[in-house]
Design a protein around this ligand. Structure first.
Ligand SMILES: Nc1nc(=O)c2c([nH]1)NC[C@@H]1CN(c3ccc(C(=O)N[C@@H](CCC(=O)O)C(=O)O)cc3)C=[N+]21
Ligand SMILES: [Mg+2]
Length: 303
């Protein structure tokens, strides 16, 4: 087999997977609607004008509508006070048409992120960032699970079936990805190592990984010879770098071409984890809606 073929067979198509998840969500939403007259609603709150965030929020709003759910968008100026933001969240918490609430991060510096996340009703916390959901996940209870790690887990289960007993290495320990990812892998009976910027001999740690999840935000940091042959590699990094002709290009945290020659499977950037994150946001909104109404949750969409 030549290198090109090897690369292609190793690629995990997150974009196609996400489209499947959205179809599954849309089917369930249609059923909720026809049988119970319920339409799941997702509120997205964006504070300030960050171009990348606006693209993301726009994509998400479109996909929310495409799956038959209602999207509520709240775009607030960068100068919005914390009190005003908290007042909006109180209204959304009380609104029965809103089943999911997402406050786009990062927030402007004058706003206390932890206070804002704590103000979201945990039952509507489709990002899974409220400490109540973090604690439920950490103790193996039913939670709303952060979208990016949930999407990674879905791809891993799809590729590998059971994850039991596998060595999983998570590089990065953020509250958004690394930590919840480690909890999910532990729950699926992996032996989990969490590595980070202070870890000694990161290359050697990575070489022991049957599953390698990287979420550090450093373009191409993970080299091909750090990958165990046949390993499954999930690249969470989305780094915009300068390309030729003054253009920009998206790359992950893993040196894709080199890693793809060694890995059993690997997610590309773009077209890997990113689309799955949005699909999982939609599935979390559906899950929150089902729980709010005491109705059965969709199969295969929750961790
Ligand atoms: N409360 C909160 N929850 C989030 O989930 C959240 C957030 N804040 N703040 C920003 C980050 C970023 N994020 C992305 C989701 C999808 C893509 C995505 O679909 N990326 C495409 C490429 C898109 C492009 O071309 O720019 C891909 O990887 O194929 C990217 C980034 C969610 N975030
Ligand atoms: Mg880190």
């Amino acid at each position: 087999m030549n290198i090109r073929e090897t690369t292609l067979s190793a690629r995990i198509d997150g974009k196609a997977f996400a489209a499947d998840v959205r179809t599954h969500v849309a089917d369930h939403v249609a059923e909720l609607n026809s049988e119970h007259g319920i339409t799941p609603g997702l509120a997205v709150v964006l504070v300030g004008e960050d171009p990348a965030s606006e693209v993301y929020v726009r994509n998400k709003a479109r996909q929310t509508r495409e799956t038959g759910m209602t999207g509520f968008e709240h775009k607030l100026s960068a100068e919005t006070s914390q009190a005003d933001l908290l007042a909006l969240l109180a209204r959304l918490n009380a609104d029965p048409a809103v089943h999911g609430i997402l406050v786009q991060l990062p927030l402007p510096r004058h706003i206390d992120t932890e206070a804002v996340l704590a103000a979201i009703d945990p039952a509507k916390d489709v990002d899974g960032f409220h400490i109540s959901n973090v604690g439920l996940l950490g103790t193996g209870q039913k939670a709303l699970v952060p979208c990016t790690p949930l999407g990674c887990l879905m791809m891993l289960r799809d590729r590998l079936g059971s994850l039991k007993g596998l060595n999983a290495v998570v590089v990065g320990r953020s509250n958004i990805v690394g930590r919840p990812m480690a909890q999910l892998l532990l729950r699926d009976d992996c032996t989990v190592t969490v590595a980070h910027r202070h870890s000694r001999d990161l290359a050697e740690i990575c070489r022991g990984a049957d599953i390698l999840v990287v979420a550090v935000g450093r373009p191409g940091m993970i080299k091909g010879d750090w990958i165990k042959p046949g390993a499954t590699v999930i690249d969470v990094g989305i780094n915009r770098i300068e390309a030729e002709g003054g253009k920009t290009r998206l790359v992950g945290d893993v040196d894709f071409d080199a890693a793809a020659r060694v890995a059993g499977a690997i997610t590309p950037v773009p077209g890997g984890v990113g689309p799955m994150t949005i699909a999982c946001l939609l599935s979390n909104t559906l899950t929150a809606c089902c729980r709010a109404h005491g109705l059965p949750e969709p199969d295969g969409l929750t961790a």
